[in-house]
Design a protein around this ligand. Structure first.
Ligand code: CO8
Length: 260
């Protein structure tokens, strides 16, 4: 499948726009993550592309995070393949040489929040109905150390510690207050603002910005690279526990009930 993410390249500005379009909620399935990786790699290798805007083509939702069905009732081999893909997209995005800008035009829980946190800058639609955060604890699961590291590097130890323990999902105004996002903009102004922010970041020479970025992010990246196989093993043993399977099933049930 090759249609879950739309990529448009603006040759004159050197900025690509990546739009998530995987109904109903842009959940990060194995297929989605694979396509995301390929799209990102293509842009990374395109010398004409200096920046990428990551946003959603689905109203009200940026991304609902990892596809929970990929973590329920599957084989050990499947869990390993899925988790490797989650690691891969984070490693690529967090270490990207391009300027990465998250334009968060809807709710962005858990893995969706991780994608946004991994960018260089975040602007969010000014709508208190849209929430963002690492809510893993609410599902009875634990955000992996590199989710935590990424979060700490954006908001600091105290906000990360409290938010992770409570699994807090913050409405946009609170997300701004706690530094999870950098700016709020009325939804209809998001594109205009994104172009202005990109222009500001691209006004500098690439090499100085790239070296600075990699200096800032190296420790956090190296920690996963050094423990990648161990992290996959941990994920498999955690997600295979009957108690965790039960928590995930109950959470999916809760989502379905909330509907009616
Ligand atoms: N995965 C799979 N299916 C999902 C997910 C998801 N993350 N989110 C929603 N869906 C499904 C719903 O079950 C529903 O299915 P159906 O139509 O069959 O009933 C459909 O998508 C539409 O969902 P909603 O009706 O809930 O749509 P709304 O527009 O009302 O709400 C939300 C959208 C806000 C995104 C809402 O669906 C929601 O809160 N989803 C759950 C988000 C969430 O908590 N994600 C966490 C995933 S875990 C993660 O990303 C990190 C895990 C780290 C690993 C830890 C080690 C084990």
């Amino acid at each position: 499948s090759n249609n879950k993410i739309q990529v448009e390249m603006n040759e004159s500005s050197g900025v690509a726009t990546m739009k998530f379009k995987s109904p109903p909620v842009n959940s990060l399935s194995l297929d989605f993550l694979t396509e995301f990786c390929i799209s990102l790699e293509k842009l990374e290798n395109d010398r004409a592309c200096r920046g990428v805007v990551i946003t959603s083509a689905i109203p009200k939702i940026f991304s609902s995070g990892l596809d929970i069905t990929e973590m329920c009732g599957k084989s050990t081999e499947h869990y390993a393949e899925f988790w490797r893909a989650v690691q891969e997209i984070w490693l690529r995005l967090y270490s990207s040489n391009m300027v990465t800008l998250a334009v968060i035009n809807g709710s962005s829980p858990a893995g969706g929040c991780l994608i946004a946190l991994s960018c260089d800058y975040r602007i969010m639609a000014e709508n208190p109905k849209y929430t963002i955060g690492l809510n893993e604890a609410q599902l009875g699961i634990v955000a992996p150390f590199w989710f935590k590291d990424t979060f700490v590097s954006v908001v600091g130890q105290r906000v990360a510690e409290r938010s992770l323990q409570l699994g807090s999902l913050y409405p946009a105004p609170e997300a701004l207050k706690f530094g999870i996002v950098d700016e709020l903009v009325p939804e209809e102004k998001l594109q205009e603002k994104a172009a202005a922010v990109m222009a500001q970041w691209l006004a500098l020479p690439d090499h100085a910005r790239q070296i600075t970025k990699s200096m800032m992010r190296k420790t956090v990246l190296d920690r996963l690279v050094a423990h990648r196989e161990e992290d996959i093993k941990n994920f498999i043993s955690f997600v295979s526990k009957e108690s965790i399977q039960k928590s995930l099933r109950m959470y999916m049930e809760m989502l379905k009930k909330k509907k009616s």
